[in-house]
Design a protein. Structure first.
Lengths: 337, 337
DNA sequence: CTGTTAGCGCGTTCAA
DNA sequence: TTGAACGCGCTAACAG
C-alpha cells in the first residue's frame, strides 16, 4: 500500500507538506502543491482515513440511529429515503457514516451504547424517528456524550440540533386543502361540516404538533372536529374509520398508512368521503382513490441532518432547522388500477 | 479517553499483555487475565477499534453494496431486510459494516471505487441484487481487490462466495403449488391448461434460473406455457396480463410486485384467475386476493452473507451457499380489506 | 513556506 | 509467561 511517505519521497518534499496539501492547509506554494498532486496521481495514492482518524482524534464519523422495525410495515420507504439522503450527503462531505438500528441496541443501557459508539469512533449521532418511549435513546442523547442531530423531535441544547418540518403548519395545510377543496366543489352550505382526525401515537413527538395544526384548520374552516388516536397503525385507523367515520364528511389522517386503512374501511362500508394522509409515500398508489398528502421529502431531511452534524463537529452550536414541505395530490392512481 | 496504557498501569502489567487478553491470545496466565479484566471493568475501558485496525492492518470491515433505487418502488422492504440482517450479524460478529448504495458510486470507474473503499479501510464487499447491467460493479468484483460475497448472482472463484436460494427450485415449487392446488380443486380434466409466466428482467441473474424452474413445472404438470418478460415492473406486468392474461388459466410471476400488477389487470378485466408471486413481501397484503409466494427471508440471506464475509477474511476459500426457501400463502388479507 | 519530530492507540515481534 | 520497543499512516505543533 502506497502511503504518504512514498508520496513525499516521490515529490521530494516532507511528509507534513503532503499532509497539508491533502487537507487544504494554507501556506503552501502553488508550485509544491502541484508537485505533490502530481506524485499523488502517479502513485495512485489514496489517503488512509483510518490513520487520519486515529491521528487527528477527529473521525468525522456519524452514526445514523433509526428504528425501522417498530413501526408497521410500509414505512420502509421512509427509512430508505432517510438512509439514502444521509449516506449520499455523508459521502459528499467526506464523512463516514455507520447505520445503527435500534434493534441492534436492545438490552443495552445508555452507557453501553455510548461505549459501543465510542469504540466505533463515532463522534456524532443522527437520530431518526424518536418516540417518547425510547427511554434509553433519549437518555443517550441527553447525556450529550456525542454531538447529536435529532430529526422530528424537540431537543434544544447547545450540543443538539433538531431538524424537522413544521408539523403543525403541514397538517394545517393538507387539512385545509382537503376540506377546502370539497367546500368549493359543493354549494355553499353543503360543504363538509364534520371532520374525523385520526392522529398518530400520543407518545410520538410529532403527534402533538400535527394535532394542533388540525385543530387550527378546523377552527378556521368552521367545521366540527373529532379526534381519535390511530397510533400510526393501518389496522387501528381502519377500525376507527369503520366505527366513527360513517357520519363524518372528511377524514384527515396523520400518516399515509392510516389513510390507507381509513380508505379501506370506507370502501368496505361502500361510502365515499375525502381522505388525506401525510407522508407522501408511493404506497399510496396502491389504494383505490386520490388523496392529498404532505410530501415530506425524507431524503432532503436526512441530508440536511447530516450537514447539521458536520456543523456541530465543526464546533458550531446546536440549532433548530425547519424544513419546507409541499402538498401533493397523488395523480398516478389510474395507472395502477 | 481511557486507553490500553491506563489499563496496563492499573493492572500492573504491560500493554502487550492487555492486548493479548483482549484478543484471546494463548499463553496468558489465568491470574493475570483476571487482573486485566478487573482493570478493564474498573476503568470502564473500551478498545479503540480505529487504532486496532490501523495497527493490525486488518479492519474486519465490510462494505454492503446495494442498489435500492433502480428497481421500482416497494422493494424497499427487501433491501431493508437485507440491511437489518447484515448489520445485526456484523455487530454480532464484531465486524463493522458500512452501507454503500450504487447511486453513491455513479460516475466512478471500478478503480475509483476500489480506491474509495480502500481508503475507508474496507476489506470485504457484500454485493446484493447485482444485475448483468452493472458493468462497473461486476468489474470491481472480478478485479478481486477485496474479498467478496455476492448474493443471488453467480461468481465462482476462490476469493468469492455466493449466497442465494435455489431460484430454479423455488420457482418450481411455487408454480406447482399454485397450479396444482387448482388442479385438485376442479374436476379432473378441468384444471388449468394454460399458464402465463411473467418473468423478470432478462439481464438479471435470477431470471434464467426461475424461468427454468417454471418450465420444468409446466412440463411436469402437463400445461402449456407462455413466457413474457415483465422486467420486475408492476406496470409492465400489468400490461402483459391485460393483453395476454385473459385466456390463461393461471398467471405465475417472478416477483410479488409483478403479481400485484397482474392481479390489478385481472381485477380491471373483471375476471379471476390464480396468480402467484415470489418474494413474500408484506405489500402483498394490499392486493385484493390470496396469492402463493416464495418466502425468501432476506434477513437470513443477508446475515448468512455477512458470516461468509467473515469466513473469507479468516482465510477460507470462496464457496457457494444455497439457502432454503419456504412457500407461503398470504392468509391475512381479510384483515386488511 | 517547508521540514523535523512526537505522538494517536493498538498489534506484534523479540528478549528476558 | 511477560514486557519493552517498534511501527501502522497520519496530523499537529514547532523549528528552521
Amino acid at each position: 500500500m502506497v502511503s504518504i511517505k512514498d508520496v513525499a519521497k516521490h515529490a521530494g518534499v516532507a511528509i507534513s507538506t503532503v499532509s497539508k496539501v491533502l487537507n487544504n492547509y494554507p501556506n503552501v506554494t502553488e508550485a509544491t502543491k502541484l508537485k505533490v498532486n502530481q506524485a499523488i496521481k502517479e502513485l495512485n495514492y489514496v489517503p488512509n482515513s483510518i490513520a487520519a482518524a486515529l491521528s487527528s482524534k477527529h473521525s468525522g464519523r456519524v452514526a445514523l440511529l433509526m428504528d425501522p422495525m417498530r413501526q408497521t410495515q410500509a414505512v420502509d420507504q421512509v427509512y430508505m429515503q432517510y438512509m439514502l439522503g444521509a449516506l449520499d450527503c455523508a459521502k459528499e462531505l467526506g464523512m463516514d457514516a455507520i447505520t445503527v438500528f435500534f434493534s441492534m441496541l436492545e438490552g443495552m443501557k445508555a452507557d453501553d451504547i455510548t461505549r459501543y459508539l465510542r469504540s466505533q469512533g463515532v463522534q456524532c449521532m443522527v437520530v431518526f424517528g424518536l418516540s417518547q418511549e425510547d427511554r434509553i435513546i433519549r437518555e443517550l442523547i441527553q447525556e450529550e456524550d456525542f454531538f447529536t442531530v435529532v430529526v422530528d423531535a424537540p431537543f434544544v441544547t447547545d450540543g443538539i440540533t433538531t431538524v424537522s418540518i413544521d408539523n403543525e403548519q403541514a397538517q394545517y395545510d393538507v387539512a385545509v386543502k382537503t376540506i377546502g377543496d370539497n367546500i368549493l366543489k359543493l354549494e355553499k352550505g353543503h360543504g363538509p361540516q364534520t371532520v374525523l382526525y385520526i392522529a398518530g401515537k400520543g407518545t410520538n413527538y410529532v403527534t402533538a404538533d400535527r394535532t394542533k395544526g388540525m385543530k387550527r384548520a378546523a377552527e378556521d374552516l368552521g367545521v366540527s372536529l373529532s379526534i381519535r388516536y390511530g397510533d400510526f397503525s393501518e389496522a387501528k385507523a381502519r377500525n376507527i374509520a369503520f366505527v366513527t367515520g360513517k357520519d363524518k364528511d372528511v377524514i384527515v389522517c396523520a400518516s399515509d398508512l392510516m389513510a390507507i386503512g381509513a380508505m379501506n374501511a370506507l370502501t368496505e362500508l361502500d361510502i365515499f368521503h375525502p381522505v388525506c394522509g401525510f407522508d407522501g409515500i408511493t404506497l399510496m398508489g396502491y389504494v383505490g382513490h386520490q388523496m392529498n398528502t404532505v410530501q415530506q421529502d425524507f431524503y432532503d431531511i436526512a441530508s440536511t441532518a447530516v450537514k447539521e452534524a458536520k456543523r456541530l463537529m465543526d464546533g458550531e452550536k446546536g440549532r433548530q432547522v425547519i424544513m419546507p414541505h409541499k402538498l401533493a395530490r397523488l395523480e398516478y392512481l389510474d395507472i395502477i388500477r
